[in-house]
Write a protein that binds this ligand. Structure first.
Ligand code: BES
Ligand code: MN
Ligand code: ZN
Length: 500
């Protein structure tokens, strides 16, 4: 889909989307159209339940006197409640509503709104960003899809008044477009099936970031064995596919600051191993690499917009399979840290992968902080559903920065507890720890396990089992792989860890 931002020129065909404030108040483009259409818009509002409330839409087809084939009125709510995220949703909804309508082009008017906190330039860029995010599709395997079943919309134009506004909006959108590229990469990775995406092919995807200036190193099993990564390697030992650890480095500034680090769980398929999962729903475990997918998409976003920050991305890539060579319940493995683990359930594998990935990252890079993402526990879905990711952290400042970034981009986190009392639950009689803590507080005992591999560095673990995939779409997030985490972590970096 082609997205452009230009000075206003009313379209002579296609759709035109305009915003309406609470109370049915038309903005400048709306007023102008209402005049040429002899009051058709105000009449349509009067004859409907549309009040301009946030998220409401009213579709007017072929209004007399107007060039566009249809005019979409979209509710913005009250002026002072307009936010960037709200405008992204507006742009996204416009695209999604018209996607299968036959309409080929959409113009979205970005009119000035008295009392709004978002200016025209940022507003126009946000509308364009939302439209782009909504246009995502994963249909590469739909080889017999007919043209009439594909989306009809091929171009979106955002209309912003004033040359300086257009220039500023285009500049802003250039960065947002790079972020969308990162989100799309994550969505693609999460959507790919496990016969196509396995540790080595996923490492190959990481290598594509080299063309953006990201340094990519791939460690195979021999290197990891030398480093003593017995926890990660144990998970992959039942798979025909070789495990991989990928280190991505984005050096966006020469400033001598310590890097920030992101670490992802990349289980390309989780059968549970010998502690085999039940059959129904097991296909979902192709997206058990969602944490790694988010880290890779984030690196793409940051490099794509040339973020002035030094960032490390590390992903542990393994496939968890039952096999004659697979790890057994009762096995004891030694992690890179030297700590030993009794494996009581081979399905609690993500924490084993992260134990070595976290240890390696903090020792090699001495980062300012580490944030890891993982589809770690089913229990976090029981606790928080799909609205928030679970956040566990040893640091209040980092937690606050993550919460705020999440609020801003509508990828929200909810902080969950850590404490010695929970930590005790993974003590073990014959090794340093066991890999499960019993039925209670399953997400927290998993987090406590990770914390045993974090030394003094500020750290946060985001359990994204409930947010990496969506069965129901939202305006800027079609159903399927969501790309959750790319936008909020990009925002975290932009807000606090980036030079000017
Ligand atoms: N990958 C799963 C967690 C998961 C479940 C992610 C559902 C997304 C949707 C993880 O490896 C796992 O199997 N966790 C177990 C832990 C248990 C064995 C302690 C779980 O949550 O049941
Ligand atoms: Mn598992
Ligand atoms: Zn898993």
């Amino acid at each position: 889909m082609k997205i452009t931002i230009t000075e206003p020129k009313l379209p002579t065909s296609g759709a035109l989307a305009i915003g309406v404030l609470k109370g049915g108040v038309l903005l400048s483009t709306g007023k102008q159209l209402d005049k040429v259409a002899k009051g058709a818009l105000s009449k349509a509002i009067k004859g409907s339940r549309f009040t301009g409330g946030k998220g409401q839409w009213l579709d007017i087809i072929a209004p007399a006197g107007i060039g566009a084939d249809r005019v979409l009125l979209g509710g913005l709510g009250e002026a002072k409640t307009i936010t960037r995220a709200g405008l992204e949703n507006f742009g996204g909804s416009a695209v999604q509503r018209l996607s299968g309508s036959g309409v080929k082009t959409i113009a979205i008017a970005c009119d000035p709104v008295k009392g709004a906190k978002v200016d025209i330039a940022l507003g126009a860029a946000s509308l364009a960003f939302g439209a782009r995010l909504a246009s995502y599709r994963f249909d590469k395997y739909r080889t017999t899809l007919k043209a009439k079943d594909r989306p009809s919309v091929t171009a979106v134009t955002v209309l912003a008044k004033g040359k300086p506004n257009v220039a500023a909006a285009r500049k802003e959108f250039k960065s947002l477009d790079a972020i969308a590229d990162g989100v799309f990469m994550t969505r693609d990775l999460v959507s790919e099936p496990a016969n196509i995406l396995y540790p080595e092919s996923m490492a190959k995807e990481c290598r594509t970031l080299a063309k953006l200036g990201v340094k990519v190193e791939v460690l195979g099993e021999a290197r990891m064995a030398k480093l003593g990564m017995g926890a990660l390697l144990g998970v992959g030992q039942g798979s025909r596919r070789e495990s991989q650890l990928v280190v991505m480095t984005w050096q966006g500034t020469n400033a001598k600051t310590k890097p920030v680090a992101f670490v992802g769980k990349g289980v390309t398929f989780d059968t549970g191993g010998i502690s085999l999962k039940p059959g129904p729903g097991m296909e979902m475990m192709k997206w058990d690499m969602g944490g790694a997918g988010a880290v890779i998409g984030l690196m793409k976003a940051l490099a794509g917009r040339k973020a002035k920050a030094n960032v490390i991305g590390v992903v542990g890539l393994v496939e968890n399979m039952p096999d004659g060579n697979a790890q057994r319940p009762g096995d004891i493995v030694t992690s890179m840290s030297g700590q030993t683990i009794e494996i009581l359930n081979t399905d609690a594998e993500g924490r084993l992968v992260l134990a070595d990935a976290l240890w390696y990252t903090q020792n090699r890079f001495k980062p300012q902080f580490m944030v890891n993402l993982a589809t770690l526990t089913g229990a976090i879905i029981v606790a928080l559903g799909h609205e928030h990711a679970g956040m566990f952290s040893n640091n209040d400042k980092l937690s606050e920065q993550l919460s705020d970034a999440g609020q801003e981009v509508d990828e929200k986190v909810w902080r969950m507890p850590l404490s010695d009392a929970y930590d005790k639950k993974i003590n073990c009689a014959i090794a340093d720890m066991k890999n499960i803590g019993g039925r209670d507080a399953g997400s927290t005992t998993a987090a406590q396990f990770l914390q045993r591999y974090v030394k003094k560095v500020p750290w946060a673990h985001l359990d994204i089992a409930g947010t990496a995939w969506a069965d129901k779409g939202k305006p800027t997030v079609p159903k399927g792989g969501t790309g959750w985490g790319v936008r909020m972590l990009d925002r975290l970096v932009a807000n606090h860890y980036e030079g000017k």
